[in-house]
Ligand binder design. Structure first.
Ligand code: FES
Length: 106
């Protein structure tokens, strides 16, 4: 299973093993990573799963589609590497993926 590294705004790292084909949001919620809520269940409608993808990984995760971009307009402190974790699907090539969590979700 791919390992994913979530880094909280306080610098604390949470390394979780994620099932293939699940979403990054579910991988975090299943392991109770603080700062990823996923209130809408992954429907791209709440933005409580906002993460910053480490720049070394943005090519492999790809960018947001139109609906996700629209939702990202509602997050605090958006950045070029902002993504909604529910819209990223875990694949084998994402082993080692590193994302940071916004201060507001701490
Ligand atoms: Fe609601 Fe990602 S879980 S937008």
């Amino acid at each position: 299973m791919p390992e994913i590294i979530f880094i909280g705004h306080d610098g604390v790292e949470h390394v979780v093993e994620a099932d293939l084909d699940t979403s990054l949001m579910k991988a975090a919620v299943n392991k109770m990573v603080p700062g990823v809520d996923g209130d809408c269940g992954g429907a791209c409608a709440c933005a409580t799963c906002h993460v910053y993808v480490d720049p070394a990984w943005t090519e492999r995760t790809g960018g947001p589609d139109a609906a996700e971009k629209e939702m990202l307009e509602f997050v605090s402190d958006p950045a070029d590497n902002s993504r909604l974790a529910c819209q990223i699907t875990i694949t084998a090539e994402l082993h080692g993926l590193t994302v940071r969590l916004p201060r507001q979700q701490g």
